[in-house]
Structure formats: C-alpha cells, structure tokens
Design a protein around this ligand. Sequence first.
Ligand code: KIV
Ligand code: ZN
Length: 514
Amino acid sequence: MDTGLVKIFDTTLRDGEQAPGCGMTAEEKLRVAYQLEKLGVDVIEAGFPASSEGDFQSVKLISESIRSCEIAGLCRANFNDIDRGWEAVKGAESPRIHTFIATSNIHLKHKLGKTRDEVLEIISAAVKHAKRYTENVEFSCEDATRTDLDYLCKAVDIAIKAGATTINIPDTVGYTVPEEFSYIIRTLKEKVESLDKVILSVHCHNDLGLAVANSIAAIKEGARQVECTINGLGERAGNASLEEIVMALKVRHDRNPFKTRIVTEQIYPTSRLVAHVTGVNVQPNKAIVGANAFAHEAGIHQDGVLKERITYEIMTPEEVGIPSNKIILGKHSGRHGFKRRLEEFGYFLSESDFQRVFQRFKELADKKKYVFDEDIEALISDEFIRSSNFYRIISANFASGTDMRPVATVKLLIDDEEVTVSEYGDGPVDAAYKAISKATGISPNLEHYIVAAITGGTDAQGEVTVRIEEDGVVSQGQGASTDIIVASAKAFINALNKLRWRKEHPKLASTKGV
Ligand code: KIV
Ligand code: ZN
C-alpha cells in the first residue's frame, strides 16, 4: 500500500559538488554527510567514485562512517565504473549502485554515437552487472525529458527486468514544465507495468526555475523518491532544493498529502554548513533558508506579524531550525553552556579541540557584546573546516586612511619557519594579499572576493570568502573576524592552504563529475 512516504535522495555531495566552485575535500564531505544523516535524508549520493581517486576515497569514507542512510555511488553504465563504484560503497550499512546512461536522441547522436538498440543492451548489461554486487540498484535515463516517450518506456522496462529497484527520471537540462512532466510520469506508470514493483524517482534541474514545481508534480503522479540538494546547489542553475520540496510538502500538506522523514529543524543548520564548506553563500531572498526568508521589512508587515504571526508567516523560523532567540552566549558564559551549544550544533569535540575553540570563543566574547549562533558557526568553520595548514598567521597588522598609503605587515609560520613581510597596496586588503603572496611565494588569480556581515551591528563579525586560481587549480577559503581585513587575510591563507594541498595531491583533490 502506498503510504505517501517520499524518499529524500540527497545529491549535494555529487551533483551539488559539480557546481562551479563547489569542490569539497573528503573531510568536508564527511562533515556534510554526518549532518545529512542528522537531517534524516534516506539516501546520500556521496559521489562518483570512478571520476577520480579523491571521489573514490571520499565515497568510501562516507560509506564506512554513516550508518543510518543508504549510500549511493554514481556510475556510468559500464563495468569498470560499476566495479569501482561497488568498491567504494560496499562498506556502507545499506549500499546502492546508481548507474545511468543517456536515452534522448540528442545524446545518443551527439554524445554517445550509439543506436537505440545498443543503448538498451548497455542498460540491461550494466544493471545485471550491478545486481551481482547488490540488490539495491538505481538506474537513471539521463536527459529523460527530451527522450521519445515510447523509447523511454522501453528503456525503463528493460532496466526493471534486469533488476533495477529504483528508476530515476532526470530532467537533466531543466527543460520540462510541470504539466508535461506529470504527463511523462503518468504515461510511464500506465505503460510500464513493472514500474509498480519498483520505486519511481525524479531528478530535476533548475534551468527554468521549475525544478521544485516539477518534482512536486511528479510526486503527485506517483514518484516516491526525489533527488535534490541543500540550497539547490548543482550543475548550472542547480538541482531541486531539498528544503523547498520538504517544506512545500509539509506546509501544504492539504494539497500535497505526502510525508518525508526529514527533521525540518535541521534544515537551517545543514544549509549553513553547506554554505560554509562550499564557500557558496545563499542568496538573501532564497526560500526557506535565505537571510530574508523570515525578515519583515515593511512597517505594515511588521505590525501584522507582531499582532499575529500568521498574517504574514506561513511557517515558523523555528520549524526549519532558525533559532528565534539568536543571542546565545556572552563573555560570562561558562564552559558547560558553550559545550552544550556546540553539541546542539552537532559538534562533539575532543577535549583538546574543545579547549582551542573555547579559547577563541572567549576572545570573541571579549570583543563582541553578544555572540550569535552564526558567530559560533563561523568560528568552528574557521578553526576546523579547513584543510592542512602549511601556512598560519602569527600576526597581521595594517594601516590605512585618507592621508596615507595602505600598508600591511604579516608574520606567517610557513612550514614551521617564521617569515615577516611588509607590503604597500591600493587598500589594506590589497596590501595584505601582496604581503602574504610575497611571503608564501604564491600569487594566484583572485577570482572572487566576497565579504558579508555574519550578524547585525557594527561589532558584527565579517566573513570573507575568496576563490583563487593558479595553473588551472582552483580553491576557495573563508575567514571570519570582527576585523574584515583580518578576515580577508585568514580567507586568503585558508585558500592558499587548500591550493597547495590540491597541488600536492592532484589525484586526491576533489573533481568535477560527469
Ligand atoms: O542530471 C542528471 O541527469 C544526472 C544523472 C546522472 C542522474 O545527474
Ligand atoms: Zn543532475
């Protein structure tokens, strides 16, 4: 019997990671995976193991660490990919092989150079091969929404007959519209009898901004798995956003009578974590998790909300995990309160790590009147979500103003040796970056520099995100401080550490997928 339960398949670590500038290290991916487990997703697509040694290792690590979600590895429909994929996921409590091939004429002709019959044979052989390893096999018809519908039915039927237990219908290029997608799903349900025995899934991209609407249309026609990402990350315009689908089902349960296992209070912490590790900030007006999603600016709205929330709010911030009382701690807060708050965030630190973070919290609390949740997150991120430290800042001092040439002096620890350099620049950030470049001997291109205030007020921490590139290797870094020049220096050092790590581990560095 259909219980109306929709499985949430999160592909932030695979399709999400394919978004420009979203590469994550294995350590960062594991941290996100733990948070996805807490969020209650059913399936984590941890990566594309055959695409690189780095992806293989991170899928393996996640498979061996996460216990309560299925772990999927993406594989093209060939034996090598599937063998490699299985090697990566086999340590999981519940491993899944996800294999795919394109089925549209456009892809057959221009990408694969194969006939329709050849592709049907490949599907059957690939699924059967995957089945030798596990019962849990998903098959996707890439570019399904631009595939001839009769042929799509044939491809799906063959995959099910070969043993696929989940059939995924991707709108790979975000081309379909809700009524058309409903029709595709309805037709598949009507024409492919065997579809009743398996789970039907959809995977929508957002090129026309319709990924969530299309996913919900498909659920209404019988899809019982949706593939989505946190913050809607993903190739090009991204994938369907997990938080939007889940809340649309929850808030409009009257119209969409379906359930998920998502713990909605974990949505916001997950969104923040993903933004931190990828360095891709959430747009302020993003539904559910954007900074303005619950901000009421217009006087008439504020007045209404103060009188009765329901006038302008269709859900509460608490429901999606945005704390109502954002002030959490001050300089008189003790170790216990701080530790408990960290644990509420999901950070269970060893005693020595805790000491380091507590020390930094005390320093911050001395500078700031109030320490907000976001400050704590930034601090943790600054301290831990960082790759190896080849370069560390010992001190950084800057001088600038209307009547002087900006100058920066930085003292760095570089491979255990202290180096001090002073440089002038167009502004203090420029001076700091020049000094750091001179000290480290690396002068990458600065592709992006974004500064954002983490909380309100003039004593707010600034968080800087930078993306740098050298010899085709890209990395991004973040830094937070109450002084934005210090935050900028930290972000640059963080990015340089990752850049060097990526250059020294070309095989392990995270890659782009398909
Ligand atoms: O968009 C797509 O078609 C995909 C498949 C590989 C599932 O990501
Ligand atoms: Zn995709």
